[in-house]
Write a protein that binds this ligand. Structure first.
Ligand code: NIG
Ligand code: FE
Length: 429
């Protein structure tokens, strides 16, 4: 199984361990379980020891000789980052739309004229599995380079059974062959495809009666997501789709209140969604309902920036008792990025979250948003050894030196997948 790994003398070890069980909100989002001069013992892909360097050395003293030793003096170590919301497996790209938006055409105008999600759907339908796998692998490699060790991925660029299944099977294959853990979500209701224009209810029936049963039978997804938005799916249609998914054991998620306030946050609470996404225009009442229901807000500040919109009010949501997670929303239209560090920076800059809250939102709370909090999201004995060594001295510096990739090394299930920790890259200070 290979030698144990002993990471010692860690300048600042943010374990993300807290007394609080379940998704964290309010003050609990600031509890990072910091250990100065910390240490980790990794074996068989798992965390076997956490504490001060002295403690871990004492506990494993008979085996120290057998370990690969990494001296992390002066550096920050955190759990691997988790991206709980992406559309990572798709064909083609849409750089021309980026220009069009800068020329003044809106995201929804582009989509209503057959571009946007529809353009990527055409390209995804046409592409071979091999082409999509090659493109998606590159994106997953880039996620790893940015310290991300688990990624949720949605279908939704098929909108017919064949292509939805193609996307989900591609994700399954990548889960088996790429070091990143890829968590699958079915999103057949991402938009109404042109062939169903004017027959929206029929498309909803198609998703419920034809797509959902096969996805469930082939066990291709854990979550069921829908784009609840004006001119896409109404709250009533969204509710039908999410309730139908529940009967097959698929946990609801919902793209809610992104462009206009549409009752999406309220619906998320009503159907017991594990998370509601975007929420730029969520109502006061919707936020309160989410806090009561324990629905996680999955906020996407890079999408807001890219669409030149004001970001969701993350500060207010945390203060109201909503647990906040953050994500890239990696997709070819509204957020073509794989940088979770940038998203953490933006959580602070655009949503007034503190550096500590941003780190919780990108690790432990992100794990909760994909139901993985018992395996990942914090560094504690018995959890997967998904670990990032950062070329900064503390978590504040990680958010303060923004727009830069500070990753020095990444271990996924105890295997080093990125970096050369011997090499020191100068920081900008
Ligand atoms: O989460 N809002 C809907 N879906 C994606 C964008 C998809 C696209 O533009 O291709 C999102 O932002
Ligand atoms: Fe999305």
């Amino acid at each position: 199984m290979g030698n144990p790994i002993w990471i010692k003398n860690i300048g600042q070890l943010a374990t993300l361990v807290s007394e609080e069980a379940g998704p964290r909100s309010k003050e609990a989002m600031s509890q990072l379980g910091i250990i100065e001069d910390g240490s980790l013992w990794i074996e068989d892909g798992m965390i076997k020891g956490v504490g001060s360097t002295q403690e871990v050395e004492q506990n494993f003293k008979t085996r120290i000789e057998t370990a690969e030793v990494i001296d992390a003096s002066g550096y920050l170590v955190t759990p691997g980052l988790i991206d709980p919301h992406t559309h990572v497996a798709f064909g083609g790209s849409r750089e021309r739309e980026f220009e069009m938006r800068l020329e003044g055409v809106s995201y929804m105008e582009i989509m209503n004229e057959g571009g946007g999600i529809h353009a990527t759907t055409r390209m995804t339908r046409q592409a071979t599995e091999e082409e999509i796998i090659t493109q998606t692998k590159k994106r997953l490699d880039s996620f790893l380079q940015h310290g991300v060790t688990t990624v949720e991925g949605k279908s939704g660029y098929g909108m017919d059974i064949e292509t939805e299944l193609k996307q989900l099977r591609i994700m399954k294959e990548l889960q088996e062959t790429h070091p990143i853990d890829l968590v699958p979500t079915f999103m057949g209701a991402h938009a109404v495809p042109p062939e169903y224009k004017g027959r929206e209810e029929e498309f909803v029936d198609y998703v419920i009666n034809e797509m959902l049963p096969i996805v469930a039978e082939e066990q291709l997804a854990e979550f069921n997501d829908v784009f609840c938005e004006k001119d896409v799916f109404t709250p009533e249609q969204s509710e039908r789709i999410l309730e139908a998914g529940k009967k097959y054991g698929l946990i609801p998620k919902i793209h809610a209140d992104e462009i206009v306030s549409y009752g999406g946050a309220e619906l998320a609470a009503k159907v017991g969604a594990i998370s509601a996404e975007h929420l730029l225009k969520a109502s006061e009442n919707g936020i309160k309902e989410m806090a009561k229901a324990g629905t996680i807000a999955c906020l996407l500040p890079a999408t807001a920036l890219y669409l030149r919109e004001e970001a969701a009010d993350g500060r207010k949501m945390i203060d109201e008792g909503v647990a906040v997670a953050i994500s890239t929303d990696c997709n070819p239209g509204s957020s073509p990025t794989t940088s979770m560090p940038l998203v953490m920076n933006l959580a602070c800059i655009s949503m007034r979250m503190t550096p500590a809250e941003a780190l919780t939102a990108a690790t432990y709370n992100a794990a909760c948003a994909i139901n993985r909090q018992h395996q990942i999201g914090s560094l504690e004995i018995g959890k997967q050894a998904d670990v990032v060594l950062w070329n900064v001295k503390n978590y504040q510096e990680l958010q303060y030196l923004f727009g830069v990739n500070h990753v020095k090394a990444v271990w996924k299930k105890g295997v080093k997948v990125v970096g050369n920790y011997e090499q020191t890259v100068a920081t900008t200070t």
